[in-house]
Design a protein around this ligand. Structure first.
Ligand SMILES: Cc1cc2nc3c(=O)[nH]c(=O)nc-3n(C[C@H](O)[C@H](O)[C@H](O)COP(=O)(O)OP(=O)(O)OC[C@H]3O[C@@H](n4cnc5c(N)ncnc54)[C@H](O)[C@@H]3O)c2cc1C
Length: 381
């Protein structure tokens, strides 16, 4: 049986799908989210949210609750080996992907939104405007917003056939512990690796995200388990003061980070890409999820401001977003090199620049002071 539904289908209930859904719902625009899994993602990896996304979450009415259930500080301590190099002061909310997804979904439902779980998209026939799911249900829709992540089926079918996600050269570690109550956010540099640790809520449960340069490409999966011996081996050149977080974390996960080449255009006919489906990136600036929020907000507000003229909204969305995400994708890769220096002379120079120059603060300020609403206003003038 073919179901005829609301005109806008969002594929994926991750950060980009939910941010898009809320923005549309708050503007009185009907949409529906189709999610492959039977429930929202339960994986509790730490996640930072910077000012550029926080201002949007505030406008979407989500920030108050998120802030209550997260940790916010404007101080991060940067260390290299045993030594503290400096402190940076970006206003950051520290939380988890699970928490932000859960709160976005709660607000989406409150705004009248609907998610159809256990709907794994297997095909979209653009001639018939028909979505086909693996439970054999079919839906007729007018527009599709692809928020289905790095392995987006819609991207592979309509934007870049034959394209495969490429191993970035980095593997990631993550873990969370309730055993270490420390109220600071810290970044540790080491040779060919770096480590970020921070509280994820006001109870000071603490997470770590570690990134290791590697030739060994692991699969892309947030659920791939790792062991304490393996993480200690990967970070063996680090000062041993960082080891307790590995030993105390309840579960340890290790997986590969993948990227895709940038696209020239983020829409084709009536399909638009958002979030990681549009522009996966290495996580050295902590901006992938923030970009997903900026994408959803920008697309939703453009649609509203352009009175549901999809073609115009897609064009302006493309114009605004492609420039912004390219800068962030490139910079994330460059920061990877800086964070993972192994040559002692270069390491020393980096530490001196971090300590005495204003470059790190100014770069962060520039990225974080971006306001998607201003870009929308300029674009539709
Ligand atoms: C180690 C690491 C650390 C990171 N740290 C940060 C950070 O601190 N700050 C930050 O902003 N970002 C961070 N990121 C990036 C961030 O996690 C992602 O950019 C963000 O989660 C992307 O959201 P998304 O909704 O676009 O995609 P996803 O989160 O991948 O969501 C896609 C959704 O689509 C669903 N889906 C997929 N295929 C189908 C289908 N065929 N049919 C139906 N549904 C489907 C999936 O089940 C999923 O729910 C980090 C990433 C990594 C790897």
């Amino acid at each position: 049986m073919i179901n005829s539904i609301k005109p806008i289908a969002i594929i994926g209930a991750g950060i980009s799908g939910l941010a898009t859904g809320i923005t549309l719902a708050r503007q009185g625009i009907d949409s529906i989210i189709f999610e492959r899994d039977e429930a929202l993602s339960k994986n509790g990896s730490g996640m930072t949210v910077s000012k550029n996304a926080l201002v949007l979450l505030e406008r979407l009415g989500v920030l108050d609750q998120l802030q209550k259930e997260s940790f916010r500080t404007d101080k991060i301590i940067i260390k290299s080996g045993k030594n503290k190099i400096t402190e940076l002061n970006p206003d950051i909310l520290y939380t988890t992907r699970q928490k932000i997804t859960e709160i976005l979904a709660e607000h989406y439902f409150k705004s009248g939104g609907q998610i159809l779980f256990s709907h794994n998209l297997v095909n979209f026939n653009n001639d018939k405007k028909e979505l086909l799911f693996d439970n054999d249900s079919k839906y007729l829709v007018s527009h599709v917003l692809a928020c289905d992540g790095i392995n987006s089926k819609l991207r592979e079918k309509y934007f870049a056939s034959n394209e495969k996600a490429i191993f970035s050269g980095f593997n990631a570690w993550r873990g969370i512990t309730k055993e270490m109550k420390i109220d600071s956010a810290e970044m540790h540099y080491g040779p060919n690796a770096h480590l970020v640790t921070y509280p994820i809520n006001n109870a000071l449960d603490r997470c770590f995200i570690g990134i290791v340069k590697s030739k060994n490409n692991l699969e892309e999966s947030w659920m791939r388990k790792g062991s304490a011996d393996e993480v200690l081996n990967d970070f063996k050149s680090f000062d041993d003061s960082v080891f307790p977080i590995f030993k105390n974390s309840k579960d340890l996960f290790k997986w590969g980070i993948y990227i895709r080449p940038p696209l020239k255009k983020l829409f084709v006919e009536n399909i638009t890409l958002l979030g990681d489906a549009a522009h996966p990136m290495v996580p050295f600036l902590g901006q992938g999820g923030c970009m997903a929020i900026e994408d959803g907000f920008t697309f939703g507000m453009l649609l509203k401001n352009l009175k549901l003229d999809f073609f115009k909204a897609q064009n302006l969305y493309n114009l605004i977003r492609i420039k912004r995400v390219r800068i962030i994708q490139k910079l994330s890769m460059q920061i990877a090199k800086v964070n993972h220096l192994s040559n002692p002379l270069l390491t020393n120079s980096r530490n001196i620049i971090m300590k005495y120059s204003k470059i790190p603060q100014l770069t962060q300020k520039k990225l974080h002071s971006y306001d998607a609403e201003e870009s929308i206003k300029k674009a539709i003038q």
